[in-house]
Design a protein around this ligand. Structure first.
Ligand SMILES: [Zn+2]
Ligand SMILES: [Zn+2]
Ligand SMILES: [Zn+2]
Ligand SMILES: [Zn+2]
Ligand SMILES: [Zn+2]
Ligand SMILES: [Zn+2]
Ligand SMILES: [Zn+2]
Length: 1688
């Protein structure tokens, strides 16, 4: 069956391939009824090409469609071979100067904050780079897909509309011409024909709704196969769909994921193919399974022919889009075809049909035709306008469809509004010709149908569905904003009329909101249900910006402003007609004044906070002042109709409501109020009233209210924000009032009021207020929240104390009011106000415990201060003819009249000045009195108006009082400071550990060090030459080492036979030094790690925080942690930052992640190094002896294996070397507890290093221990070299301690391993350099890392040496092993050296050393059969050799230093000259390394010959294989570009490697190797150890051995991963100009690489601290633990 199908498909392919496009086109050219011909062709062929089986075959389909279907169309269109026709068209084309590039998802877009007409105007990267905006303040975002580049659109840019590329075309096509003139006439005709047919076909088939018929196409082949088509919806989750599919169509989870991914991306996917019944069955299962949720998944059984034609229909639309790309003329023709009305009149054009069918189409189809619209209709200036009209006429219908649709707006045709409405000329045209403003507002109102009896919106009892719709409705407000974004520069009568019509509609809308959602205070019982306040609130918030845009429009035309003002007033009067509700007005009297008002108790009756009409009128009123219309045309304005009750009543109710809320009267807690609360409440209400008066009189910083401009306004905002504390750019922007240009506005003035402080390695750049601006600080600034106010007050007082100033915060001098508002100042000197002030001061004087509050007094003092400032300014700006009518000083000097006879306000202030309970306000009162005196003097000097006499000498304080007060003040300050310091101290302690982890650790270590007594650096060995190894090794008396356990605080000495002390340690696999990241990980069970390859592909790193515990204390601690975590995990199913099951725990002192412990040991060599003998063997003799010993061991071993039956003949042959006693069994010197710890750490190293189950018997355990020691030393050597630090003297204590313990441990480990295994290892290791018959097939010297070899040899040698009683010292062995490996390394370097005689200046040619190296090299040439490149410069060879061997020597110095404890000579503790010589001397090497060869030539010549004769070496020299050369360069993280947008661009071009060219949603860059990955997505999940993991986790296993460092490009965020369960985010190394990162790319400021921060990340990696960093991050932020890191 399957085979039949296959051959059938192939047969069809053949017949299809024989089709000739040219012949068909000729037939079409001659046809009378072209449409019929084409349709027949399509009806016959389309089903033969598309939908031939259950799965789409896009490549095959595309190929055939091009050949059979599109080819003929192209031939027909061109009238010749399209391969010639299209290029000709392109050449003849005069392209427009619009770029119009349609953005892909994730592509970077740029907007210029200086020049873009509105923020929706964007450029593509190419245009941006060629534009002037590069140098401006631009903003960068990533596109969500859709939308296009506005380059060339003169309406979009205030300046620089063209980039370099698009500017070229502008000169030629200055005026608009018909692009059709560039096309030959017959082509125009053919294009019309074929476009009309193709477009109509596509539209018909896509909008076709019947399931078994086709539009105008006969079904030629009635094969009756069907698809079960699954459609996307936004209701069901991925998981639900996957689960359902597995059940319904019996597929695997993988297939289901595939289906679901396609459905999500394209909007639909067939999930079953077969006869109708078969498909219908699947459909019913899916529907049944998903109908329990709100609505079932949409599934449809479709005839395969229909699906085939639909697929081709989409293909055709894409084809049209690409064909019109060749010529603007063709594009115009397509536009014409699309907008041509059909026979059915209105809405019958193809474009209309598609638009109106939009919400019924699936995602993929929508995308295709939206793209076509963008590349055709929106690119042609003439048709853009016609299309805009069609769009506006269909607006209501499209919006209704969108409300019902469940797809996001970006997939709806409604989303095109942004492309149309934001074009100023189009918007204006649509307003005047299509009445667009009114249409939008009316459509909006239509969708909010719920009203109360007064006709206001009602949102109570909203269902979830209505709430969902309400969210969609809000997009209409967005459209309204788009239309209003650009303001008209000139007004026509038409525009005025239509704008005002729209304004009317807008007022209708506001009228429905005025007073909506009123609330009543509930007393006595608790309310269960919160009323639905959110919807109303959202509506008001969303409309705020529209209201101010409306006002902006009104401000531009006097006629419009006057009309709008009148209309608004009329509506306000309508809203509040009869708001007295029939009640009689009441009369209130005070200080001889009386007023009529309405009785309304806010705390008992309904109040609404929604008063948009009042707000709008207030705004317009200010405009009357600002534009001076109020003064120019007073007769045209209905100012006389303004009545205070109507204007004030409702806003005041709202303010009273707010005050009551502050007073705690609206707390719905159900507790009845007790009496003392009432007093407290009244006090708060009084405070609130005073605050309101302060605002009314003091807030003058809006142009039109006070005599200020917009700059003054923004400066004042900034000053007050920075008065709270210094702020980062982004914080400041956030804190400023929302406004289209708040950021640019802020930036234009920030320099005047603030200084910028750059950030360090962490943190952000900050703006600090300039000191001279502090005088403008107003404590009662109206944008302060309560918390901000008190913070600002504290900060400002502190500042003043620091500057040794008084702490008064007097009101600042204010700008004068505009005339329309000028009379407001009189509030301050009104009788009522003075009476209020007097009363409150009186309360304070009487010091009546509960009837007044300090904040009340503070506000009164502020008000008095404001009045004084006002009067002072009046006097200072006095001109000849004016009389100062502001006489506050006079009024407050007068005592109250009978009957109360209260003292004057001034007198009361004097009294209060000395009141002990008002210490805090003293400075302010003193300031008031001082200012009063200044004004008095001013008045006297101007003498224009007499000042009333003041009683008494107010300024005189009794000196005793003054002294006392001063003392008290100082004492108070001192107390406050003490408290402050104490608070700071405890705060610091709390944060100290977290923020200064490293510092903290070091400090602790210093403490440790000091408690543990003397450390090794203490014995001062004077000038004597220091030697680290060999018989000449410097003898150092090992000091007693006493350490303290961090758990039990007991001290103990480190000795071989005492209880073990251990260090917390963390072992991890590492690829940091890897030179080959693609190496296939070998099977860990079979892998033999004895020889490390020089590519260092994967090593085992050991780190430690350096904290010491008793082994048994640690064991107890670890058991407790384990038990606790197991209980916790069972109960809460939570993860922790450490994996207990894997032996992980946190260091009990510093919480550093650890997974084992290293035992502390005394220097191990001392135990086995027997007395020194003179006359030690030389290298040659020594090798001979050891070789004999090795041979003996081999024989013995064989003997063991062969038989146990006594001594055989071979044994007799064996001549045991002198003094060698292989039967000798060494007694282990260590205590049981130390032995146990040796095994523990060894097993842990083995387990982690090889990723195997622990097995302490495995012979590979000791190898892994030596390997970890070698690898860790190598990483530290690299770190020091990279930072250009000397080898010794700069290691942090923790690393120093760690290396000491690690080396001593590795040297002692053989005592707990099988002796014969270790001996065996030694034999094999040695055989790699000194060949013997037994060990064949070892790696050649090119494939051995010599330092690993050295460490393994030296540390395994004691296993043989302990049986050697010939008198050879262990030190001699060390030295010879070291020399032997060093020589092998030299040969290795010379063989692989890529020495080039690059004309570098040579010095000292033919020195002894150079001659020797050259001789050695020549000898090598001989040995290799002259395969080595000829080199004649000894100088170059020498240089290369020294550079190549340096890392090895440095590592060896560290190794022998830690092994033998010989201090490093002072010369290599600092960077200086002759490091090489000092190293050689410390390591017992001749300065001229070639001397080693000369001294030992006897044996070395043989060895070199044997090394060179290896087959691999030959292959290498013949160029057949690669080898590592020396010195190996340090690995760095990849180079990152300076400009972050390069990365965004790179990522936007990256497509998912698994789903055929699709854009990846979360492109993520590996910073170690530079691979881009498709993260966080089902498509790129793979299976790892039986679990599904995301692309990043999978990558870490090959690239980083489980550890990864990534940059999530779209999020601009660094990601650290370790294993499958651990991860954290880390700040990216990119900063904007304000020194801030932008995680999530929300602000869009240009970002540049901060090299220091990137280095810091790199260092974390090189130090193997990534896992630790993650641990700390997860401990600090528990939510990180819950993230599914493995799916990233
Ligand atoms: Zn562009
Ligand atoms: Zn451009
Ligand atoms: Zn610009
Ligand atoms: Zn202890
Ligand atoms: Zn620690
Ligand atoms: Zn992918
Ligand atoms: Zn990588």
């Amino acid at each position: 069956m399957a085979a039949d199908l296959e051959s059938e498909v192939q047969a069809i392919d053949k017949s299809l391939l024989e089709c000739s496009a040219e012949e068909i086109a000729v037939k079409w050219l001659q046809a009378n009824d072209l449409q019929k011909e084409v349709y027949q062709h399509l009806a016959y062929y389309v089903p033969k090409i598309y939908c031939r089986g259950p799965n789409p075959a896009p490549q095959r389909e595309d190929m055939l469609a091009q050949h059979v279907l599109l080819g003929p169309m192209e031939w027909y269109l061109c009238g010749e071979d399209p391969a010639f026709g299209f290029p000709k068209l392109e050449q003849a084309n005069r392209p427009s100067h619009l770029c119009g590039r349609v953005f892909k998802v994730g592509e970077p877009t740029y907007s210029c904050r200086d020049c873009a007409v509105d923020p929706t105007c964007v450029l593509c990267m190419e245009c941006f780079l060629g534009s002037i905006h590069r140098e401006h303040r631009y903003r960068m975002t990533t596109s969500g897909g859709g939308g296009f580049c506005d380059c060339g659109d003169t309406e979009a840019w205030k300046e620089g509309p063209y980039c370099q590329k698009h500017e070229l075309n502008t000169s030629e096509t200055a005026e608009e011409e018909d692009p059709l003139v560039h096309l030959p006439e017959d082509m125009v005709a053919r294009a019309y024909n074929i476009f009309a047919i193709a477009f109509k076909y596509a539209v018909d088939i896509l909008t076709w709704e019947k399931e078994n018929e086709l539009p105008g196409l006969e079904m030629i082949e009635k094969s009756d196969t069907y698809y079960c088509m699954l459609f996307n919806d936004e209701v069901h989750t991925y998981e639900q769909v996957i689960y359902t599919l597995q059940k319904a169509v019996n597929c695997t989870q993988k297939e289901a994921i595939g289906f679901a991914t396609t459905v999500d991306r394209d909007g639909r996917r067939s999930v079953r193919y077969g006869d109708f019944q078969y498909c219908d069955q699947a459909k019913s299962v899916i529907v049944r399974n998903t109908s329990r949720q709100t609505k079932p998944l949409k599934v449809q059984v479709m005839h395969s022919s229909i699906v085939a034609h639909q697929s081709f229909g989409l293909k055709l639309l894409t084809w049209l889009g690409s064909v019109i790309g060749y010529s603007d003329g063709l594009r115009r023709i397509l536009c014409q075809v699309g907008l041509q009305e059909g026979p059915d009149g209105e809405n019958s054009s193809l474009v209309d049909k598609l638009m109106l069918y939009d919400s019924k189409l699936w995602k993929g189809a929508r995308n295709v035709y939206h793209q076509l619209f963008m590349s055709s209709l929106l690119m042609d200036l003439k048709y853009k306008k016609l299309f805009a009209i069609r769009f506006a006429r269909n607006y209501e219908r499209l919006q209704s469809d969108f409300m019902k649709d469940d797809h996001d707006r970006e997939f709806s045709i409604a989303d095109l509004s942004i492309q149309i409405f934001t074009v100023p000329s189009l918007a204006r045209m649509l307003i005047t010709e299509e009445n667009l403003m009114t249409t939008i507002i009316k459509t909006f109102m239509d969708h909010l149908r719920h009203r109360d009896i007064q006709g206001r919106f009602q949102f109570e009892r909203y269902t979830a569905l209505q709430a969902f719709k309400f969210r969609r409705v809000q997009s209409l407000i967005l459209d309204l904003k788009y239309v209003l974004i650009s303001k008209p520069t000139e007004w026509s009568d038409d525009l005025r009329r239509k704008f005002l019509e729209g304004f009317d509609a807008f007022l209708e809308l506001l009228k429905c909101m005025q007073g909506m959602d009123p609330i009543t205070r509930q007393v006595g019982q608790h309310i269960e249900m919160e009323p639905e306040w959110e919807a109303a609130f959202t509506l008001q918030m969303k409309l705020t910006l529209v209201i101010s845009m409306m006002q902006d429009w009104c401000a531009l035309d006097e006629k419009v402003l006057i009309e709008a003002y009148k209309k608004c007033l009329t509506v306000l009067m309508q809203c509040h007609s009869g708001f007295t509700d029939g009640e009689q007005p009441i009369v209130l009297s005070m200080c001889g004044h009386s007023v009529e008002t309405i009785r309304y108790c806010v705390s008992q009756e309904k109040v609404s906070i929604h008063l948009p009409v009042s707000r709008l009128l207030a705004g317009l009123h200010v405009l009357l002042s600002k534009t001076e219309v109020a003064y120019k045309f007073p007769e045209l304005l209905p100012l006389s109709e303004l009545s205070p009750p109507m204007l004030i009543e409702h806003p005041l109710r709202c303010l009273v409501l707010c005050a009551q809320v502050h007073a705690g009267m609206w707390r719905r807690n159900g507790f009845s109020l007790v009496n003392q609360d009432v007093v407290q409440q009244n006090n708060t209400l009084i405070e609130e009233m005073l605050y309101l008066i302060i605002m009314i009189v003091g807030e003058r910083f809006s142009p039109g209210i006070g005599q200020v401009n917009a700059t003054d306004e923004i400066k004042r905002e900034i000053i007050h924000q920075l008065s709270i504390r210094p702020m980062a750019h982004s914080e400041l922007v956030k804190a400023l009032p929302e406004d289209e240009n708040r950021e640019t506005g802020m930036e234009s003035v920030i320099e005047e009021v603030a200084c910028f402080k750059k950030p360090g390695l962490t943190g952000r750049g900050l703006y600090e207020l300039k000191p001279e601006c502090a005088k403008n600080f107003n404590l009662y600034f109206y944008h302060f929240s309560r918390a901000e106010q008190s913070k600002a007050e504290e900060a400002q007082r502190k500042l003043r104390r620091q500057n040794r100033e008084d702490t008064a915060l007097p009101p600042p001098a204010l700008p004068p009011f505009c005339p329309l508002f000028a009379s407001l100042v009189n509030i301050l000197q009104s009788d009522v106000m003075l009476c209020i002030m007097g009363t409150i001061l009186q309360w304070a004087v009487e010091h009546n415990g509960y009837a007044w509050s300090e904040s009340m007094l503070q506000r009164v003092l502020h008000l008095i201060g404001m009045a004084l400032q006002e009067e002072k300014q009046h006097l200072e700006n006095l001109s000849e003819e004016n009389v100062v009518t502001f006489t506050f000083t006079q009024k407050i000097s007068k005592p109250g009249e009978a009957p109360s006879n209260s003292p004057s306000i001034l007198a009361m202030l004097e009294t209060l000045q000395n009141a002990p309970h008002l210490e805090v306000h003293k400075d302010m009162i003193r300031w008031i009195l001082k200012t009063f005196n200044t004004i008095k003097k001013l008045r006297e000097s101007s003498s224009s108006s007499p000042v009333a006499e003041t009683e008494g000498n107010i300024m005189e304080e009794s000196s005793r009082d003054k002294d006392k007060a001063e003392r008290k003040r100082k004492a108070e300050i001192a107390r406050l400071r003490r408290e402050k310091i104490m608070a700071q101290m405890s705060e610091m302690q709390r944060h100290f550990i977290n923020e200064n982890k490293e510092l903290f650790q070091q400090t602790l270590e210093e403490l440790d060090t000091s408690t543990s007594g003397v450390h090794e650096n203490s014995p001062v060995i004077s000038d004597a030459k220091l030697t680290a190894l060999g018989p000449e090794q410097t003898r150092v008396a090992e000091p007693r080492q006493v350490v303290m356990c961090i758990l039990c605080q007991e001290e103990q000495e480190v000795k071989v036979d005492s209880r073990a002390m251990v260090l917390a340690a963390f072992i991890q696999r590492s690829t940091v030094l890897s030179k080959n990241r693609n190496k296939i990980t070998p099977d860990p069970e079979k892998y033999d790690p004895l020889f490390m390859h020089p590519d260092l592909a994967c090593g085992t790193h050991t780190g430690s925080c350096g904290h010491i515990m008793h082994a048994h204390c640690w064991q107890r601690y670890f058991d407790a942690v384990q038990a606790k975590e197991q209980r916790r995990q069972q109960r809460l199913r939570v993860h922790t930052s450490y994996d207990v099951e894997n032996g992980e725990f946190l260091c009990p002192l510093c919480e550093c992640l650890s997974n084992t412990v290293i035992p502390l040991l005394p220097p191990p060599r001392v135990l086995f190094n027997r007395l020194d003998f003179s006359g030690q063997p030389n290298l040659t003799q020594w090798i001979k002896t050891v070789s004999q010993q090795v041979k003996a061991l081999h024989l013995l071993q064989n003997e063991d294996c062969a038989s146990h039956s006594g001594h055989s003949e071979k044994m007799d042959q064996l001549q045991l070397p002198e003094g060698f006693r292989p039967d000798f069994k060494l007694k282990n010197p260590y205590s049981e507890s130390i032995k146990e710890m040796l095994t523990t750490f060894g097993t842990a190293t083995y387990k982690v290093g090889l990723k195997v189950h622990p097995n302490e018997e495995d012979p590979r355990v000791p190898i892994m221990c030596w390997g970890s020691c070698a690898y860790t030393i190598q990483t530290i050597e690299r770190l020091l070299a990279d930072e250009d630090k000397p080898l010794f003297g700069h290691l942090p204590c923790r690393q120093d301690d760690c290396l000491t313990s690690l080396t001593r441990f590795a040297a002692a480990h053989w005592t707990v391993s099988s002796l014969s295994a270790v001996q065996g290892h030694f034999c094999t290791l040695l055989a790699s350099l000194v060949p013997n018959e037994k060990n064949g097939n070892l790696p050649c010297i090119l494939d051995i890392d010599m330092f690993h070899l050295l460490v393994s040899l030296v540390l395994s040698f004691p296993a043989i040496h302990c049986q050697d009683f010939s008198g050879v010292s262990l030190g001699t062995g060390d030295l010879h092993l070291f020399h032997l490996v060093t020589m092998a390394h030299i040969i290795q370097i010379l063989l692989t050296s890529s020495t080039e005689e690059n004309g570098m200046d040579q010095e000292n040619t033919n020195s002894e050393e150079e001659v020797a190296v050259l001789t050695l090299y020549k000898f090598l040439c001989q040995c290799t059969g002259s395969a080595l490149k000829e080199i004649s410069s000894g100088w170059h060879l020498c240089r290369n050799l020294k550079a190549g061997i340096m890392p090895f020597l440095r590592c060896s110095a560290l190794f022998f230093h830690y092994l033998n404890g010989v201090p490093a000579p002072s010369e290599i503790q600092v960077n200086g000259a002759n490091q090489f010589e000092h190293l050689c001397s410390y390591l017992s090497l001749p300065n001229n390394l070639t001397c080693l060869f000369q001294e030992n030539s006897e044996i070395l010549n043989t060895l070199i010959e044997s090394w060179c004769s290896n087959n691999e070496v030959k292959r290498y020299l013949e160029g057949k294989r690669h080898a590592i050369s020396y010195a190996r360069e340090s690995n760095k993280l990849i180079d990152l570009p300076d400009d972050y947008s390069c990365l965004i661009n790179q990522a936007s071009n990256f497509s998912c490697p698994k789903s055929g060219g699709d854009k990846s949603r979360a492109p993520t860059l590996c910073l170690v190797c530079g691979t881009m990955l498709c993260s966080q997505s089902y498509c790129c999940q793979t299976e790892l150890e039986g679990e599904d993991v995301g692309a990043c986790t999978a990558h870490t296993y090959t690239c980083g051995s489980g550890v990864g460092i990534f940059l999530r490009v779209r999020e601009c965020q660094v990601l650290f991963l370790a294993g499958k369960t651990k991860g954290c985010f880390y700040p990216p190394p990119y900063l904007d100009d304000y020194g801030e990162t932008d995680q999530g790319l929300r602000r869009g400021n240009p970002l540049h690489l901060c090299k220091e921060r990137f280095k810091k990340i790199q260092k974390l990696w090189q130090q193997h601290s990534i896992t630790e960093e993650i641990g700390h991050a997860q401990e600090a932020n528990q939510t990180l633990v819950g993230i599914d890191w493995q799916h990233l």
